[in-house]
Design a protein around this ligand. Sequence first.
Ligand code: ATP
Length: 483
Amino acid sequence: MTYSLETIVSRAKRRAFAYPGSEIYGGLANARDLWPYWVQLRRNIMDTRWRCFVQERDDMVGLDASILMNSRVREASGHIANFSDPLVDCKKCKARERADKLIENYIEKHQISLTDVHVEFGVKSLAVESRTFEQQTAFLSVFKVKCPECWSSDWTQPKKFNLMFKTQQWVIDWEGKDIYLRPETAQGIFVNFKNILDTTRVRIPFWVAQIGKSFRNEITPGNFMFRVREFEQMEIEYFIPDDVEIGLKMLKSRKEMSEKWRTEQIGIKKDRLRFREHDASELSFYSKGTVDVEYEFPRWRWELQGIAYRTDYDLSQHQKTSGKDMQYTDPMTGRRYLPHCVEPSRGLTRAILTVMIDAYDEEEYTNQKWEKEIRTVARFNPNIAPVKFAILPLIKKDEIQVKLGEDLFHKLSKKYFCEYDDNGAIGKRYRRQDEIWTPYCITFDQQSVEEYHADPASVTVTLRDRDTMSQQRFLVSDIEFMK
Ligand code: ATP
């Protein structure tokens, strides 16, 4: 069953996942503060990724480049000149939209084919970025594309809107030099290419991974956290020989790795994933192949990751702009060349959201009084659940149950994120843990107390499984060694 985003978002707020930022001052549009369970979920997803792609490989290194960089980096990467969206205003209600997205949605909704667009405007490509502003204006008016807010179709001319947040560096602001908050993390890897070669033992082919914040002054943020102005990315650059055949093979294998990681490690539903290859007309001029990994959710399709074979474009741009030699010398042949690069660029924030959507479920069950009830349960891979064990003494006033519960909490929390909760009816405590994903609830009861009096080493507890709600008794000492 598919639940609406609103349902999932309202649970997320209720259960300490994410909340509007600066709320006591009326908030800041689209900024969100991440609350305890989101923070833990994010950490777990990052950890699985770091383990699979960095720790378990000997040809991979990690990097954490700074967010603020010399502006010439952005000049070389083309972000200053080209990182912009076409902005249009609705003349009637003043809603602000991206012309390319309005056109993209219209084409998808009305199933307009490439030939129709070609016939109307001589536009060869559905790659909206490649349309001129005149063509966008013509499209909006000929097809009478409606404003999603007021349904009129009277748009201003598209204006170029650069998405980078600009700030200044120096103490006195009027003497400042423009610098930018990074709109993606990848350039930090390219500018460190030579340093990494000089200071580590990696040789081509090798990979560099980075996880960090990026900032984009989006025209139309929204849909909870699918499009925000401050988000996190997990990017990798694969530096490979300057051989297109190798590059295309790498692109294909990266697509397979992406699917495996998403379905096996973080548990995204396979039938919601789409792999969309850019056709020749959509490709950037320097790219030899690009695949978007998309997530299909009722009413939208979201890009989770772009995997692009960028050839030697980035290194050659930095070589040209900085005047520094970025070439690699093959240790066997002595040949010098600019390595090619395949870049999987994935959004961490969107990955977390897809995990939350796919895990959410509601189901009917029969409670202890034989009444039918609905429980909300987030079913998820125990690897990434924010809380792995909840420790619940059945009776708060029982000193032994509390002591045993606290002792176990202190032991398990050295390895796992755990919660101790002795407040309220046990059924309610279970429901709460179901909602926040906790795969296992451990309950100390009267039997545990009696066992403690007989022999402290013989204490057992019930272990409740989130998905089946079944309970089994285990020795506490066995639980301490559970994985
Ligand atoms: P979109 O078409 O959705 O704007 P994009 O093509 O601009 O995405 P990329 O520049 O390829 O995105 O960035 C790589 C990844 O970073 C995206 O696949 C997405 O997961 C994530 N991402 C990009 N912009 C945002 C945003 N504003 N909020 C959250 N995640 C984002």
